[in-house]
Design a protein around this ligand. Structure first.
Ligand SMILES: CC(C)(COP(=O)(O)OP(=O)(O)OC[C@H]1O[C@@H](n2cnc3c(N)ncnc32)[C@H](O)[C@@H]1OP(=O)(O)O)[C@@H](O)C(=O)NCCC(=O)NCCS
Length: 145
């Protein structure tokens, strides 16, 4: 298993992973490619036997960062990979003072992972998600200097 900065050659593998994790609402290949291209974005992947099994996308505007996507292949979950991807992102985002994210209210695994990194729920965005319609919980972490 290798955790590494994402390269263009990983785009198709990330698409397959996101399809597995999010089905119809998964990002398109174009969205994945454009996230990788953004100047203030950091994307990393976990690769096992040439297959992309984990992905994190992070971006920052000035000192405010956000996790915009995180996914681990179902067969690789509960083995610490989500934690490793968040740790790698945290070591790669120097100059950021706060990190925010949105997560489905019912997504207990993701909320537990973020809480383990001291992300705190700060507000609810009603009916933010479609298919199925659901509230988003906005979580924020203050990053110490
Ligand atoms: C959320 C997700 C990335 C977690 O990945 P993971 O590799 O399984 O997470 P880890 O094994 O690193 O778990 C780290 C901690 O998160 C919490 N956690 C993870 N999965 C959990 C679950 N199913 N139930 C409760 N807590 C969970 C635990 O605190 C865990 O620590 P522990 O194993 O020591 O108890 C994964 O479940 C996933 O890809 N889900 C689908 C996509 C998704 O929802 N992405 C987030 C969008 S905001």
């Amino acid at each position: 298993m290798i955790l590494q900065k994402m390269q263009p050659g990983h785009i198709a593998g990330v698409k397959e992973l996101l399809d597995d994790c999010f089905g119809e609402s998964a990002w398109s290949m174009e969205s994945i490619a454009s996230q990788l291209d953004k100047a203030d974005s950091y994307c990393a992947v976990a690769v096992d036997d040439e297959k992309v099994v984990g992905y994190i996308a992070f971006e920052a505007i000035a000192d405010e960062g956000s996790i915009v996507e995180l996914a681990v292949n179902p067969e690789y979950r509960r083995k610490g990979m989500g934690r490793k991807l968040v740790e790698l992102m945290l070591t790669s985002c120097s100059g950021v003072r706060t990190i925010c994210l949105e997560v489905r209210a019912s997504n207990t695994p993701a909320k537990a992972l973020y809480e383990a990194f001291d992300f705190e729920p700060v507000t609810i965005r009603k009916n933010y998600y479609d298919d199925p319609r659901e509230d988003a919980v906005i979580m924020i972490k203050k990053v110490s200097e």
